[in-house]
Design a protein. Structure first.
Lengths: 326, 264
């Protein structure tokens, strides 16, 4: 085992995932503590652009695994490829984004290699020869401190937007690693992707979310008040459970305990009172804005900025003002 | 077809979390414990398969935890599971998620399940490691975070939609395999009182770790993380209230988002 940090930078459609690149920022700090290097790994089918992006993101080395068999995600093939890269680079710590893919893949890799794993990590430190981390538990209502054993590979998946994107750096050389599927990998067959919802971004992949509650009163009002602001901000549209249950928005947009957990840079809650289940799904957001006539609503306790005003008056003004800024 | 359900008992989602004096766990006094909501989908899926197919021979529900965890097992038995396995051993509860998955794999490997279904994550530790790690330990394919599941007419294959960011991926795989459940699957039916009474007569096998063949070797080779402490998140600093004229408030908000928070 070396003192190096290996970062699996996930790519989608030949672009490095921002949450994957953010792991390089965390890795650089850790490498200072372990005294090792930062190695980035990119894998997939046609990935030249993603590899080029990653090679300029501050890693000391980049490994690329290009194979038509990795064009689409498969938990088994990706596990085999990531294990091969780990065996090649022999890192002490492996980081990856806690995306849907990262959450699905990391436990298999850890089990295969007899490693240790913590998921959805928000803080990391290497001291006394071992990694220790913090991660949210009980849906963000508490944080757990987790310590790793020193003598065993440590894997951590990192929550999106916890770390800044890495600064641009001079391109480093790229090494290629050949992919060889393991027996049994091909039992799992990815038949393709079905897009949902349409042009607007999903709440789990947006930096900004404009979210509406039952006070919106109708699907039509979501269209008239929430969507234009979301489009102006290049944001996703979210909704409270009450708004989804009332049929104003599909459950795929529901933020909260039984919906999606989101950690955007900016969360704008419009007419959402902030039930505990809703707060559980969005309290990890970096900046929270509440637009709510009820100054005492629970959402205002977590909001950085509260506008105690009528959302139907505020949202059109805000949409026009944002359009004017761009 | 033999189906295994992986369950867990967790604090109800509305629980106000307090930290125990030891600082190593939450204060569990008076906390309402429920079946993990994501595992509820697994319980419903298994019973749905039984009602719509002729080849479901057995549904087994497995849980680990203290004696109280049997309450969550009873819910699964009331909805349709035939039998329960309850790993009730303090030493198991001390393991991390990977080690627990390795131990469960050692226990169930000889039982020959065709379909193993778990929640995509447990709503206490939110780690989501169990399903994929169990699949790896058993050398089975898995599809994680599924919102739709179909079993082939022959009962030898699974096709499932898996939730990803803004889309769904469609996977097919031969059985045996593992699937983990995401919201979007049919919700679990409410267990009726007569069925809850009948469930009490269904067999539950209590298992100690010493009875699991290969237990020590399985848990020693993987994992080993320890929860060193649990703390409440630091309170967010008090926010600013921007009232008054809507146009002026919007202008001030955008200025603050741009210059102070630097997020737009």
């Amino acid at each position: 085992m070396t003192n190096d940090i290996l970062v699996f930078v996930e790519q989608r459609s030949n672009h490095a995932l921002p949450a994957g690149l953010q792991c390089l920022t965390a890795a650089r700090v850790l490498a200072g503590q372990t005294g090792g290097k930062v190695i980035a790994l990119v894998m997939g089918g046609a990935i030249d652009a993603a590899v080029a992006e990653t090679s300029k993101a501050g890693a000391d080395r980049v490994i690329a695994i290009r194979d038509a068999g990795l064009e689409r995600y498969s938990a088994t093939r990706y596990r085999t490829a990531l294990c091969a890269a780990i065996e090649n680079a022999k890192p002490r710590i492996v980081l990856l984004a806690a995306s849907f893919l990262g959450r699905d893949l990391a436990p298999r890799v850890a089990m295969r290699l007899g490693a240790q794993l913590a998921t959805d990590v928000t803080e990391l430190q290497f001291a006394g020869g071992a990694l220790s981390i913090r991660r949210p538990v009980y849906n963000g209502k508490a944080n757990a401190k987790v310590s790793f054993k020193a003598d065993r590979l440590a894997i951590a998946s990192i929550r999106a937007n916890t770390f800044a994107p890495p600064a641009a750096a001079a391109a480093v050389s790229v090494e290629s690693l050949v992919f060889a599927a393991a027996p049994g990998d091909d039992r799992l067959n990815n038949e393709g992707v079905e897009r949902s919802a349409g042009e607007i971004k999903d709440v789990t992949e947006a930096d900004i979310i404009v979210s509406g509650g039952r006070s919106l009163k109708s699907e039509e009002n979501f269209k008239q008040y929430i969507f234009p602001l979301a489009q102006a901000l290049d944001a996703a549209v979210g909704a409270s459970r009450a708004a989804c249950d009332a049929g104003y928005q599909p459950h795929s947009r529901q933020v909260g305990l039984t919906g999606k957990t989101v950690t955007p840079k900016l969360y704008i809650a419009c007419g959402i009172s902030g039930a505990i289940q809703h707060l559980a799904g969005m309290r990890g957001s970096k900046v929270i804005v509440a637009i709510n006539t009820d100054k005492e609503a629970p959402i205002t306790k977590v909001a950085d900025y509260t506008l105690p005003l009528d959302l139907f008056a505020v949202l059109p003004l805000m949409t026009e003002a944002v359009k004017g800024m761009r | 077809m033999k189906i295994l359900l992986i369950l867990r008992q967790v604090p109800d989602s509305t629980t106000a979390i307090k930290i125990a004096p030891s600082g190593a766990d939450i204060d569990r006094a008076g906390v309402k414990m429920v079946l993990n909501p994501f595992a509820e989908f697994a319980v419903e899926l298994a019973q749905h398969l039984r009602e719509t197919r002729k080849d479901v021979q057995q549904i087994t529900a497995l849980i680990a935890g203290p004696a109280k965890a049997a309450e969550a097992l009873q819910v699964a038995l009331a909805v349709g599971a035939d039998e329960g396995i309850h790993i009730q051993d303090d030493s198991f509860d001390q393991l991390d998620e990977l080690q627990q998955a390795a131990a469960i794999a050692a226990l169930v490997r000889p039982m020959g399940f065709d379909l193993i279904v778990a929640g995509k994550q447990e709503i206490d530790l939110d780690s989501g490691q169990t399903g994929p790690a169990l699949a790896e330990a058993l050398d089975l394919p898995h599809v994680g975070a599924v919102t739709k599941v179909e079993i082939g007419a022959e009962g030898k294959s699974l096709k499932a939609n898996r939730r990803i960011e803004g889309a769904e991926e469609i996977f097919s795989t031969p059985l045996p395999c593992v699937a983990t459940c995401e919201k979007g699957l049919p919700e679990m039916r409410y267990p009726s009182l007569p069925n809850l009474m009948k469930a009490k007569k269904k067999p539950i096998r209590v298992v100690k770790t010493a009875e699991i063949e290969g237990y020590a070797g399985a848990v020693d080779r993987v994992g080993g993380t320890k929860v060193a402490g649990v703390e409440l998140p630091p309170p967010r600093p008090p926010g600013k209230v921007i009232g008054g004229d809507p146009a002026a408030a919007v202008k001030e908000l955008l200025r603050l988002l741009r210059e102070e928070a630097k997020v737009i």
